[in-house]
Design a binder for this molecule. Structure first.
Ligand code: BYC
Ligand code: FE
Ligand code: FE
Length: 482
């Protein structure tokens, strides 16, 4: 068996990076550990820290599994440092250093740029746990509660992943950044998390499912770009993180599918033909399709902001330096330097949205965003099949990239979800049709009654078709009393 393919669970910190022979980094991580646990107790799942949760723990790094399921109290979860196995003779796949051996140490000239990328990536992970910390209390089933907590502990592990890189490769300032990652708080007035979407609330379970469908998918795209990195330890870390990310997106997409399915079923039973008959649908205790669309509009637009500005010198520099590649860089057939090529970008010109060719290097955020949209459109496609089979003339879709943006080319523009630019007054008047309004949010809040009995499921969502970890959907996935 190849070295590193089995995780060492003997010490305080499970790992496959030989921590037992690396006293300096082990001490740094062990010093950081109590602060992490304090953070988890303060900001992790509220009200369920003593519950026994049926969780998956990685015991090997093989993508085929190597996972162990068992009941764990979350504060006792074994958060570990897990890197994908090295690829022999790996070379840098893009940028100025294309073809050179991948770096095993941080190149001095790129230290600051790399540290910034690690810190931004690391900051999002605990932020999402903070955003989701109240959701256990309103879980629609124990199956869903368990999935939430699984996502949460893995996001906690993703923080460990970045903290390991900071502490191993960045010395003193890495340690300081690792501390700061425990100090910022999602939505905090003075110490907010770094990126916009991670300071928004995740108030209800539809938000959770859309967040994991779309915002975790930004995680997938960014991690995929960082997995191409010429800095090999980052590449290996991200490759392992991506195997966990797939599950987060499954939880989201499947969750939304169950919501859509339940709504369609209830409408048919009640003989409602018009999905826009919102009042009658809501009276059934299910979420109307137009509201699901509004929530999609919200979560997708917040997530699009995470790709940064369409035209970005930061992105160009990170690429040329060999630190952050494109999505599936190693599968793209071009020169991987992009010095002379162009890329089409949507821009605002004289009040209209037009495509413009710009230097490809400066358009890398845009390109990753395009890849994201292609990837994310699978969600609505799948949900629409359910609606179509139920016979309703309604389709869900992703909003136009110009809608509801705060970052980049379309920031502050009054465009509707179809991408039409409206006069200010018209946009303000129509806004309630595009995004959840107060009444919508109150309705959702009222629906979010917990269903914590084993095998039961709240009325606004279909029960899961199958369970997880070899257990049926009706299994008691969380023993709340511990
Ligand atoms: N909010 O040149 P630009 C995940 C700033 S999600 C606030 O376009 P760049 C997860 C920007 O920092 C994946 N500020 O920026 C999901 C810059 O500021 P400075 C997270 C923003 O660097 C769910 C300025 O605007 N990982 O893992 O090209 C659950 C100029 O912008 C925002 C990463 O993002 C914003 N939305 O692009 C759990 C990967 N956008 O430096 C986890 C690492 C931009 O001028 N990060 N700004 O002061 C990056 O690659 C890049 O930093 C970004 C931004 C893509 C985020
Ligand atoms: Fe993550
Ligand atoms: Fe995730």
């Amino acid at each position: 068996m190849q070295e590193g393919s089995v995780v060492d669970y003997d010490g305080l910190i499970p790992n496959n990076v030989g921590l037992k022979d690396d006293a300096r980094v082990r001490r740094a991580l062990e010093t950081w550990h109590p602060g992490y646990i304090d953070w988890w107790m303060d900001m992790g799942p509220d009200g369920f820290q003593d519950a026994l949760v049926y969780l998956r723990t990685a015991v090997g790094i093989d993508p085929e599994g190597w996972a162990k399921f068992g009941f764990v109290r979350m504060p006792e979860y074994r958060w570990g440092i897990l890197l994908a196995l090295p690829q022999a003779d790996r070379t840098i796949a893009f940028g100025h250093h294309k073809g050179e051996p991948a770096w095993q140490e941080v190149p001095g000239e790129y230290r600051a740029m790399l540290r910034r990328l690690l810190v931004i990536q690391g900051d999002t992970e605990p932020a999402s746990v903070e955003q989701q910390r109240h959701l256990g209390r309103t879980a629609p089933s124990l199956y869903d509660m368990r999935n939430l907590f699984q996502v949460n502990v893995e996001e906690g592990r993703h923080l460990w992943a970045m903290v390991y890189l900071l502490q191993k490769y960045f010395g003193r300032d890495g340690r300081e950044e690792a501390e700061a990652l425990l100090e910022r708080r999602s939505g905090h007035q003075d110490r907010p998390r770094m990126l916009g979407a991670f300071n928004e609330a995740t108030p209800d379970w539809l938000s959770f499912f859309l967040f994991t469908t779309f915002t975790d998918r930004d995680g997938k795209m960014q991690l995929a770009a960082l997995a191409q990195s010429g800095f090999d330890p980052l590449s290996r870390t991200c490759r392992f993180m991506l195997t966990e990310e797939a599950h987060h997106m499954f939880v989201g997409e499947n969750g939304v599918a169950r919501v859509v399915g339940r709504t369609c079923e209830a409408m048919r039973q009640a003989g409602i033909d018009d999905p826009a008959d919102v009042e009658r649908v809501r009276a059934l205790g299910v979420i109307d399709l137009p509201l699901i669309q509004k929530k999609i509009n919200l979560h997708v637009s917040l997530t699009l902001d995470l790709f940064g500005a369409e035209i970005s010198t930061n992105a160009a520099n990170a690429f040329s330096a060999g630190l952050k590649g494109r999505y599936r860089e190693d599968k793209i057939d071009d020169d991987h330097r992009l010095v002379d090529s162009t890329y089409p970008v949507l821009r605002l010109e004289d009040g209209t949205i037009r495509e413009q060719q710009v230097p490809a290097l400066s358009a890398l955020n845009m390109r990753l965003r395009d890849d994201f949209i292609a990837d994310a459109s699978g969600g609505p496609r799948r949900w629409n099949k359910i609606i179509e089979e139920a016979g309703f003339p309604f389709r869900l879709g992703l909003p136009h990239v110009a809608f509801n943006r705060r970052i980049g080319e379309f920031a502050g523009l009054g465009a509707d979800p179809a991408g039409r630019i409206l006069p200010d007054a018209a946009f303000i008047a129509e806004r309630e049709k595009f995004l959840p309004n107060d009444a919508d949010n109150r309705f959702l809040e009222g629906l979010m009654r917990p269903e914590h009995r084993p095998g039961q499921c709240a009325g606004w969502i279909a029960p899961p078709k199958s369970g997880v970890g070899g257990k049926p959907g009706t299994f008691e996935y969380v023993r709340i009393e511990g």
